[in-house]
Design a protein around this ligand. Structure first.
Ligand SMILES: Cc1cc2nc3c(=O)[nH]c(=O)nc-3n(C[C@H](O)[C@H](O)[C@H](O)COP(=O)(O)OP(=O)(O)OC[C@H]3O[C@@H](n4cnc5c(N)ncnc54)[C@H](O)[C@@H]3O)c2cc1C
Length: 454
């Protein structure tokens, strides 16, 4: 950060009662996303630590975006005006054992929430591959884990509060406002500033993780449904080479003390003899324990451990959701691209997600399977590769992850969401002037570029 930027940041901070714990972070270097593949378009970063401060800040600005833990690979959270961090709002508000819900502030990460819940005897239904992401940011983009019976992480939300463009605090709940609530949960940061979330919880549970190596592609083709339903959460890692899935991760719940009956062979795949990283050559030190060792839900559902802070970046991610009934065809279509994908790929992951009722979720009313690509951090190469993958997946109505990289034509993308007109109507209701929009949203959701200054 240069001196001019520093003074600008300092003067904006002095001019407001909002204290900024994000200052040190912002002063260290240019503000980038986690992967470091882009710099945010402004360094005007503020931090609020109460709904009142959020209201005051929103009231003063013509345009702003909320920043979560900056794990999106695209510019969905970017702003050329102001960024607001709610990192300091990271507390549990209430835990209600009767209604089995927990209400939290928006800056809380899963890594902070899960040990707290577990300590109180409760758990969430699912988690993403890593726990370091904010709950509000994850739910805003329909972040998911895996499991035929598991909806994305936003399906646990039963109520949310947000500050609208006019500074009003709105509360929506599944029970009281079902229709608008379902539109608002996967809000893409476009409805307002989420200041609290209420999540469904359940009694804590124990899990085991078993990993198998070298599942023949032919077996996957023949037994896809049996394979993805063979545990509570199933992840298939492949580099698309040698007609095989490199690793199958089976995450099972221990029911009433009864362990998962791990087969000696899993559709031709052999049990791993040690803990593995999804990329077998890398150290598994940072991965959650495997080899069937029992452990609490939050130390088995993510692939990567809570205690470990992942180094920033060195990868680019893209991910596509295809309807479950087309999963095998779509997987085979990508496999045919193995020679083009191979040189740029670190690893791919295939996961399954249950249908939900959330308007902007890629799984709205339909179970889907995701095909994920962790690529080497070479954007020009990845930018050339993604259209090839997208062309191959187009016949299967592939929808990109809202927080990852894609090159799908915006009009094509908009056409994939039947509830988009209703979602835009909802955004207009709470944000008439487009205060919470940015270039990404204008292009991909609102089909306009007129509201944002570039
Ligand atoms: C290493 C890595 C692993 C990942 N693993 C998975 C995975 O397993 N499954 C998966 O589905 N995705 C995964 N992702 C993607 C990730 O879950 C999403 O990008 C998610 O949105 C990250 O949350 P965040 O808080 O970092 O988001 P940010 O990038 O900070 O923000 C995302 C969006 O949320 C909005 N937002 C954040 N907080 C608020 C708020 N309080 N009010 C209103 N809007 C808000 C922002 O404005 C923006 O629109 C992974 C990403 C990385 C980097």
């Amino acid at each position: 950060m240069n001196k001019r930027t520093f003074l600008k940041l300092l003067s904006t901070l002095v001019a407001t009662p909002v204290v900024s714990p994000a200052l040190a972070w912002a002063l260290g270097e240019k503000l980038k996303n986690w992967a470091g593949n882009f710099e945010y378009s402004t360094e005007r970063l503020y931090s609020a630590n109460s709904p009142q401060q959020v209201k005051d800040f929103v009231g003063k600005q013509a345009r702003l975006k909320v920043l979560g833990t900056r794990h999106c690979f695209n510019r969905i959270a970017d702003s050329s005006d102001y960024l607001l961090s709610l990192k300091a709002m990271d507390k549990v508000v209430t835990l209600d054992p009767q209604s089995r819900t927990v209400t939290i502030e928006p800056g809380m990460t899963y890594g902070q929430l899960c040990p707290y819940l577990d300590d109180k005897g409760f758990a969430l239904h699912n988690l993403a591959s890593l726990p370091h992401i904010s709950v509000a940011g994850a739910c805003s983009t329909a972040t998911h884990g895996s499991g035929d019976g598991n909806g994305n992480l936003a399906t646990a939300v039963s109520a949310l509060e947000f500050v609208t463009a006019s500074g009003e605090l709105v509360k929506l709940s599944r029970a009281q406002n079902a229709e608008t609530f379902h539109g608002a949960v996967v809000g893409l940061g476009a409805l307002g500033v989420v200041t609290s979330l209420t999540l469904d919880i359940q009694p804590r549970y124990m899990m085991q993780q078993h990993v198998y190596e070298n599942l023949p592609l032919g077996e996957l083709k023949e037994h896809f449904d049996t394979i993805t339903s063979s545990a509570y959460s199933v992840s298939l890692f492949t580099d698309w080479q040698k007609q095989r899935v490199n690793e199958v991760w089976l995450k099972s719940r221990i029911q009433e003390g009864k362990s998962f009956d791990a087969p000696k062979e899993f559709f031709g795949a052999k049990p791993a003899t040690r803990n593995l990283h999804p990329i077998a050559e890398l150290s598994a030190e940072n991965c959650t324990p495997q080899m069937g060792v029992p452990g609490p839900w939050y130390e088995r559902l993510p692939h990567f451990r809570m205690g470990f802070t992942p180094s920033a970046g060195k990868e680019l991610q893209a991910e596509y959701f295809v309807p479950r009934q087309h999963a095998v065809e779509a997987i085979l279509a990508v496999e045919r691209l193995r020679d083009q994908v191979g040189p740029h790929l670190m690893i791919s992951e295939i996961r399954s997600i249950a249908a939900d009722d959330l308007w902007m979720s890629p799984c709205y009313k339909e179970p889907r399977v995701t095909i994920h690509f962790t690529c080497k951090p070479d954007w020009p190469a990845v930018q050339s590769l993604l259209p090839i993958i997208e062309r191959e997946l187009a016949p299967f109505d592939a929808r990109p992850h809202w927080g990852k990289l894609f090159t799908i034509n915006p009009a094509t993308l908009r056409g994939k969401y039947n509830k988009l007109p209703d979602f835009i109507g909802l955004c207009n209701q709470y944000d008439r002037q487009g205060k919470f929009r940015n270039d990404f949203l204008n292009r991909n959701v609102f089909a306009t570029t007129s509201l944002i200054k570039q």
